[in-house]
Design a protein around this ligand. Sequence first.
Ligand code: BGC
Length: 729
Amino acid sequence: MTKDKIEKLIAQLTLQEKVDMIHGNGLFATKGVERLGIPPFMTSDGPRGVRKDFGSASWKEVGLSYDYVSYLPCNTALAATWNRALAHDTGKLLGKEARGRGKDMILAPGINIMRSPLCGRSFEYMGEDPYLVSELVVPLIQGVEENDVAACVKHYAVNNQETRRLEVDVEVSERALREIYLRGFEAAVKKGKVKGIMGAYNKLRGTHCCHHKYLFEEVLRREWGFEGIIVSDWGGVHNTKEALLNGLDMEMSVTSDFENYYMADPMIQMIECGEVNKKTALAKIDEKVRHILNVMSQLHMLDGERNAGGYNDYNDKAALRQTARESIVLLKNEKNILPLDKKKIKKLLVVGENANRQHASGGGSAEVKALYEITPLMGIHMLLGGNTEIVYKPGYYNEDIGNIWANTGDSENGQADSLNQDNVESPAPSALVVSEEKRQHQREMNEKYLKEALEAAKDVDAVIFVGGLTHDYDTEGQDRADMKLPYEQDRLISELLKIRPDTVVALVAGSPVNMHTWLDDASSLLYSWYSGMEGGIALAEVIFGDINPSGRLPETFPISEHDCPAVVLGEFPGGDRVHYGEDIFVGYRYYDTYDVPVAFPFGYGLSYTDFVMTGIRAEVLEDTVESKAVKVSFDISNIGGRAGAAVAQIYVADKYPKVKKPAKELKSFEKIYLEAGETREVSLMLEREAFTYYDEMSHSFRADAGNYMLLLAKNAEEIVDVTEIELKS
Ligand code: BGC
């Protein structure tokens, strides 16, 4: 629809009709204007697949038979693939099913930076590095939007913790804000052309992000040229006037008193009683409606032929499995314990509750009613078939203590209740009030399960342990209290390793855990995330060598939470105000610059084959103040015995920085598949962005002339080759 036609539509709308379009009239929908052919706008969560349907005014799930969907690998898993094409495939499938379910906007992806490993929603995000996030979020958005569905990148901005998330006030320098926390959003808008963005619950510099003039009007609209819809997080609006004037387009919330929403009746009353300048207010409302109609028009909701979307089919399933495969990170493989040889294993012991647990239905709004979910235990059965005896022992007892989200979906007010509890001093799950009786039961069961597992480990050909976290820990609404593995898994792993030093240790989790008590004793270690409905088979394929692992950590695994810069230099979770004292030194930018030892560095991951990368060379093709192009080339060989994929990482280090900078920063990467014995020359391009930092004086990103080291690396700690360039302008 042309801009003219949209203006004509706006001119025909009454004030009430306009207001109805800019606030929820259902928990996930706004009202349409039937007489003018404007449909309601339907939204749905979320990042791991299209969420089940709720009643329009109740959080009780409808219980449809047709809202089972593909359960996609969580965003951290996707980030661990370091594969842009898979991000596109994932987005495509998400958009297709969202459209297939009649949605107009999918409330995904989440791209908040992992500032602390304890953040409960880390699993919904893409790790700690703004460049990696930017590179993956763009194809993901494009994939979604190819289906005539809007993506909604969230949560804008600095929503980096769950503790007191509705009120917490973030203090962060402008430089850190721009370089670390906004970068992914900037890429989503400028490069991904995303059609939706969600304001965050928390405050930034004293104002709630859902009506933040600076974030919305100055940065998002004016600087980045965003033309899509700014939607509030559910219940994130607190002030009618600010919501009206500061750029929010659509208010959504968790209660069913829709006419009482801030941008509903209270807004009309505010205009009528002259509390705001009427002309300004009406112009602002028109602007909101214009943004909504614009997006509706682009999605062919107003005219033209609209993509119908669809459901998971054979190809989608293959893409999903490939993403799960490529997300698994091999962290340790001494004595080449992995892969296990199927033919040599007649009797196998699988230990660990996560081997047998499904995760799709947990985590908060990222929950999914999965078509199916293959657990690791099932995946192992599928792969080994009938010739191997597989014994399963849970090894530890998971009482299912639940979390504040546990009842969402069963109760009339599920998500609304969970928000109310957010305001209470948020109890981390391990500190949840559990009765002494329950604790005693947990202890007794743990003891029993431990004994059974150790006994069983004595006469088998191989032992695989699958433990980690669950969505009682990786969850919306709560941060973890520490990085400790729950349910006494540390003790179980240590004991298992005493009996069977060759035990394969695999962890399923959405964020890093502390492994120091047994890490030195384990010869092998695999990290799998909540990796979607094909995750269990993918893990089995990696363990038994059908697939050569190629995942790389999208975030540093610190030894413990006490090492984390948010704690050492800043505050986490802090009080009502949280000062981001670590500034730009987030993740490896800190560990690297301040020489802090970590369990596993950012970008780390092993393979069953070996790669050699050498001969880095660079050519400055363009060097003006506004534009730069540096071609970086190197050679990579697979010198091992089997095909596999390496992730070549290029970090840039300013040799004589004029301002304080991290020791180095990731500025390019490429996932490269090589047959055994194959060598290839690879060229990558660094653009101006690779050399910039945010200059608070000039309020802009600037690139200083000078000498830059270009580091070819396997991960943030392992630099394999270096070259130097000089930029003259
Ligand atoms: C979450 C959002 C989600 C919304 C709707 C909020 O609690 O923070 O990520 O999209 O609910 O369910």
